[in-house]
Each structure stands twice: as C-alpha cells, then as structure tokens.
Ligand binder design. Structure first.
Ligand SMILES: Nc1ncnc2c1ncn2[C@@H]1O[C@H](COP(=O)(O)OP(=O)(O)OP(=O)(O)O)[C@@H](O)[C@H]1O
Ligand SMILES: [Mg+2]
Length: 269
C-alpha cells in the first residue's frame, strides 16, 4: 500500500501536532507531478453550473482537504473525478494520464477509490461480503483476506457483526464499513466524501484516526469535510470552494489562521 512519499508539491512545513495530532509526513522532496490534477474542471447539471472551472492538485502522499458550505460543489467535484457525472469542460489527470470521463470501474483497478457521501454500502449483504466487494478487482485472494482481518482489527465492532447484514448497522458503523471496504481495495488515491457526517464525536475521532493511519501508509487522500476545523487540522493543504469555484487554497495551517476561513467556516471572528 505504500507509495513514494517524496515529491508532494507543498508538504506542510511542520509535522507538528495541532491539538495533539501529528499530520502524516508527505515528505519535502523536489516538486513531482501531482498524482491527481484537475485543470479547469467544469460540471453542469442541466442549466446549473455546479463546478465552474476549478484547478486542484494532490501530490503523491499528500492529504488534501476540500471544504465549503452545502451546495458548493464538493461532491460534484469528486463524482466528476470518478466518472460518475459527465465533465463539461477541463481535464482530470491521474498519475500523469488523462482520465477524464473514464468509468469508475476502470479507475478502481488503477487504485482510485471513492467513499461516497451516504456511504454506498450494500444493505442486503453482510459486513464480510461488503468488505469482499472492496477487493473484487484484486486477483490476490489471500491479500484480500489479510486486509479484511486488518479492518476487523481496526474496527472490532465490525468483527463482532461480520455476518450481520450491513443495512442493520448504525450510521457510524456503516461509515466504518465504507472506510474498511475502501482499505480492502488497496487505494493509491482515496477520495473521501464527508466521512464524519452525522456521527457522534467519539465516532468522528475514530474515523479520523483511521484516515490518519491510512495516510501514514502512503495513501494519497482527498478529503471533503463540512467540519472545516477537523479537516484542516489533519491535512497538509486545503482548498475552499464556494458556488462552484475555488476561492482560497494553501497550506492547512495558513487556512486555519486565515480571517475569512475563521469567520465563514470555523464560526469565529
Ligand atoms: N444530480 C443533480 N442534479 C441537479 N443538481 C444537482 C445534482 N447534484 C447536485 N446538484 C446541485 O449542484 C450543486 C452542488 O452540489 P454538491 O452536491 O456538489 O454540493 P456539496 O458541496 O457536496 O454540498 P454538501 O456539503 O451539502 O454535500 C448544488 O446546487 C446541487 O443542488
Ligand atoms: Mg456533498
């Protein structure tokens, strides 16, 4: 699961703990091509221009967050990357290749995995079966089994319920399952759409613990979050989206102290 760690274009200068949490080290090597690059990306739903020509990049090994209010266009951006909505303009590049408009099953094979908003688990299937779906593109059954056991190690609640149908899990447990399934898929780039949504504080803490653990293994992550503070505290860099446009971006530390971000997204000022 490890990838090259050097070459993130703008690693956070410090690995210092923010509120006691160490950010994963993205390395500080010379600039390398970004793993994910959006150039002038546009998406429209009928007449609604949900994404209006945004540029965004995520370097190999980086944890980058995309924050913004409801309806800003965050989920649409991820859906466009994954080939789930048509791209109206611009390009998506992944690992140096143009993947604009490629269907998601092809992207999963290349290591690009999304945990969608609302989780996308299969309610009729058991926990075990859902986890196995994460590994469907893998030919290595033994590795899938090992990864499944690792997920059960991280989330003992899922282990206890492994033969229960996933539709009966609580919201937080379903979120754990969705994260677990993504881990079994062995992503190179993980796209997370609001992993903390609707969860109690302890569960949010647990989910972010796993996000950190996955990032520390070298998996590149693009994280969407409503909880801007939590997202920025865990990320190297961030982008702020408003009405389909990126209005601010930079190192997470800087955004955390930006007066506009504090006022509009951190409920301060
Ligand atoms: N399938 C769709 N058909 C039409 N409009 C859509 C569709 N999906 C999203 N939109 C619109 O596109 C805009 C961006 O929505 P999107 O879901 O990307 O926002 P978001 O930033 O993820 O918001 P949230 O934080 O509430 O999840 C919104 O105005 C939304 O109403
Ligand atoms: Mg959304």
């Amino acid at each position: 699961m490890s990838g090259p760690q050097a070459g993130a274009p703008q690693a956070a200068p410090d690995r210092a703990a923010v509120h006691g949490r160490a950010r994963p080290d993205a390395g500080a090597g010379a600039a390398a091509p970004a793993l994910l690059e959006l150039r002038g990306l546009e998406v429209a739903y009928g007449g609604i221009r949900a994404v209006r020509g945004i540029d965004l990049e995520v370097g190999e090994g980086e944890l980058v967050c995309l924050i913004g209010a409801n309806g800003a266009g965050k989920s649409t951006t991820l859906r466009a990357v994954c080939g789930l909505v048509p791209v109206a303009g611009g390009a998506v590049r992944y690992g140096g290749q143009d993947i604009t408009g490629l269907p998601s099953f092809q992207l999963v094979r290349r290591g690009l995995v999304m945990v969608p908003e609302g989780r996308g688990i299969f309610g009729q299937l058991t926990i075990e079966e859902n986890l196995a779906m994460g590994g469907y593109a893998s030919r290595d059954a033994a590795q899938v089994r090992r990864d499944t056991e690792r997920v059960f190690g991280l989330f003992p609640r899922l282990a206890e319920r492994r033969r229960q149908s996933a539709g009966t899990l609580s919201g937080g447990e379903q979120q754990m399952l969705a994260m677990g399934r993504a881990m079994v898929a062995r992503p190179r780039l993980l796209l997370l759409d609001e992993p903390s949504m609707g969860l109690a504080p302890l569960m949010v803490e647990k989910i972010f613990e796993v996000v950190r653990a996955v990032a520390a293994e070298g998996v590149t992550i693009l994280l969407i979050e409503q909880n801007a503070r939590l997202a920025l505290e865990h990320s190297h860099r961030g982008y702020v989206m408003e009405s389909g446009e990126i209005i601010l971006s930079g190192p997470a530390d800087r955004l955390l102290h930006d007066p506009k971000v504090r006022e509009a997204y951190l409920g301060e000022g």
